[in-house]
Design a binder for this molecule. Structure first.
Ligand code: SAH
Length: 242
């Protein structure tokens, strides 16, 4: 089944962009996902083809018009989830990425300028998604991030070996650190346990590292992980955020 993606944007030339290379590019060529970029401006109705206007109440910048964006949505949205990239949206998580990747695809609305007229979110069923607490110049980079995260999870895209339940965030913890040859680099050795061949010891070491690193680097994740543990002791390792 093809993971069908439609991106509503003022810059359709940005797609597939970097997703045309590497793992995602090969998967695109193999039809594992599809990418349709739609020019929002094609739905403007005035002679200047305007998509934005000045903010009601005054202030800097321009706001994307609800009528024009809604016309683009109505022409392209279907049973797939409809997301809008916005810094006010729900922060994207690995759990959300997994849920999306398991579905038929996604339609993504990319903002520009100051963002969308708020009535758009009242008038249409749209899920607002943020990729982090910083401001991009447009939603396109956010859409590329979200799509990259989904595409690598599609069946047959990554090698089976890395389909990764151990990956950072999948367990609610950061992943343990990795090492490879050379065995000694600038006088630094690989931890002895990883060269021991004792898989039980290696697993225990990796789990302990994952816990320590999460506690030190991401106290927020660690606290949530601890909370999940208290609620469900047996399922603690499998809990993800969300
Ligand atoms: N005035 C807005 C920011 C607009 S940035 C505010 O302060 O909330 C312009 C566009 O970039 C947004 O409409 C959105 O589509 C995109 N964007 C910016 N930051 C983003 C983020 N952290 N996550 C997702 N999309 C973002």
């Amino acid at each position: 089944m093809t993971f069908a993606t439609t991106i509503l944007t003022l810059y359709p030339e940005m797609f597939p962009g970097p997703l045309g290379a590497s793992l995602a590019g090969r998967a695109l060529g193999e039809g594992k996902w599809s990418c349709a970029a739609v020019q929002i401006r094609d739905f403007a109705t005035d002679k200047h083809r305007s998509v934005d206007d000045t903010p009601a109440g005054g202030g800097a910048g321009m706001v994307l018009r609800a009528d024009v964006v809604a016309a683009a949505i109505d022409a392209h949205a279907d049973q797939r989830p409809l997301l809008a990239m916005t810094p006010r949206g729900k922060p994207l998580t690995q759990a959300k990425v997994r849920a999306l990747a398991a579905g038929p695809g996604v339609t993504i609305l990319c903002g520009r300028f100051e963002g969308f007229d708020e009535r758009l979110f009242e008038g249409r069923e749209i899920e607002e998604v943020s990729i982090g607490d910083y401001i991009l110049s447009g939603g396109e980079m956010g859409a590329l991030v979200l799509l990259d995260a989904c595409i690598r999870l599609l069946p047959g895209v990554m090698g089976a070996a890395s389909s990764g339940v151990d990956e950072s965030f999948e367990t609610g913890l950061l992943e343990y650190p990795h090492y490879t040859r050379p065995a000694i680099w600038e006088g630094r050795t690989i931890p002895e346990v990883l060269r021991s061949g004792d898989h039980a010891r290696i697993d225990a070491w990796r789990h302990a590292q994952a816990e320590t690193d999460t506690r030190l680097r991401r106290p927020d994740l660690w606290e949530r992980h601890q909370g999940a543990r208290v609620q469900s002791p047996s399922g603690a390792r499998r809990r993800t955020e969300d």
